[in-house]
Design a binder for this molecule. Structure first.
Ligand code: CUA
Length: 357
């Protein structure tokens, strides 16, 4: 090294990378490693995941957070240390040292990130494979998104519902699609989000690890009712799940003999077709606040639209919802109930709603 390079123009020595710097780098490295471990273990950003898939995903996230924290602290720490220790004094007009490459360093800072990235890729891929692997005792559910509700069909039991029930600890294999535009099925607490696309089946799985009800949210802007396109996943104990399945099968069979108990059948239809998601109706336990309340509909239906009888008005409100929209509400009710419901179901629903005085 030349004499000029080791001294500044005023004769003071250049602050070289000496043993003090080495010690500082080791110290900063140790702090970075500890910070990474603390952040990775404590991970303050996530609530408790309630599916086995979510737990795997959260673990991956914690590992990534730990690595990212360590890298951040290391890079920022070295930067700050260099700024302070190697700062040029105001009267220093000299050039820096003529340095040209450092093969050892370059190999090191290419190899270490490469190893980290490849390791993360392999780990992430294994989690993806684990999530997709079918378990022998899984249950099957076909999920259909439509403007603006979710529908769940259980092929093994031939039942259709507006709430997703799954038994605790058993994998539910979901096959998702859409009846119209693109939607996305998202259960934040289970860390699961998957697109529901018209004319295409996408698959994913959920295994509940804690009993409870967890919101299902549509995560793809799908129209005026996107924000209200919600449902829930209910994780039941195995006996509760079987009881629920039997009650759904029973409700369906009662549907076949609607004449026996038209009011009970009407209540069931309100929940089966998801009316409860948007409308309030005390008799059916519905508390939706998006659309007009259906309480007392039978008393006012005959006077809403001039020239329409109460029955005509209620029937139109179901099969042609955009023909008349109640003031102060948005025209967001799905227009396909005429196709989704049988004539008998529409008749039963009209009769039931007219009975709401
Ligand atoms: Cu469906 Cu947003």
């Amino acid at each position: 090294m030349s004499h000029q390079a080791s001294h500044n123009s005023d004769g003071t020595p250049v602050r070289a990378f000496d043993s003090t710097s080495k010690l500082a780098v080791i110290l900063i490295g140790a702090i970075a490693a500890i910070a990474g471990i603390v952040m990775g273990v404590a991970n303050p950003f996530l609530s408790n995941a309630v599916s086995s898939q979510g737990i795997m995903i959260d673990t991956l996230f914690s590992v990534l957070l730990g690595i990212a924290t360590a890298v951040f602290v290391l890079v920022q720490g070295l930067l700050l240390y260099s700024i302070v220790r190697f700062a040029r004094t105001p009267d220093d007009e000299s050039d820096g040292m003529p340095i040209r490459g450092n093969t050892k360093l370059e190999v090191l800072w290419t190899a270490i990130p490469a190893i980290i990235v490849v390791g993360i890729s392999i780990y992430s891929y294994r989690i993806l494979v684990d999530i997709d692997r079918p378990q022998p005792d899984h249950i099957k559910v076909d999920v259909t998104g439509r403007q603006f509700s979710w529908e769940y069909y259980y092929p093994d039991y031939d039942i259709k519902t507006s709430e997703l029930h799954i038994p605790l600890g058993r994998q539910a294999r979901l096959r998702l699609t859409s009846a119209d535009v693109n939607h996305a099925f998202w259960v934040p607490q289970m860390r699961m989000k998957k697109d529901a696309i018209g004319g295409k089946i996408t698959e994913t799985s959920l295994t509940g690890t804690e009993l409870g009800a967890y919101p299902v949210v549509c995560a793809e802007l799908c129209g005026a009712g996107h924000a209200v396109m919600r449902s829930q996943v209910v994780v039941d104990s195995e006996p509760d799940f079987q009881t629920w399945v039997q009650s759904q099968i029973g409700a369906k069979q009662r549907g076949a003999s609607a004449a026996a108990d038209p009011v009970a059948y009407g209540r069931q239809l309100v929940n089966q077709f998801g009316c409860n998601a948007c409308h309030k109706l005390a008799d059916a336990g519905a508390v939706g606040a998006i659309g007009p309340s259906l309480d007392g509909l039978g008393s006012r239906a005959g006077t809403v639209v001039p020239g329409q009888s109460a029955e005509e008005y209620v029937r139109n409100a179901i099969v042609k919802p955009s023909a008349y929209v109640v003031p102060n509400f948005q025209p967001i009710m799905p227009s396909d109930y005429g196709q989704r419901m049988t004539d008998q179901e529409v008749d039963a629903m009209v009769k039931y709603l007219l009975g709401q005085k």
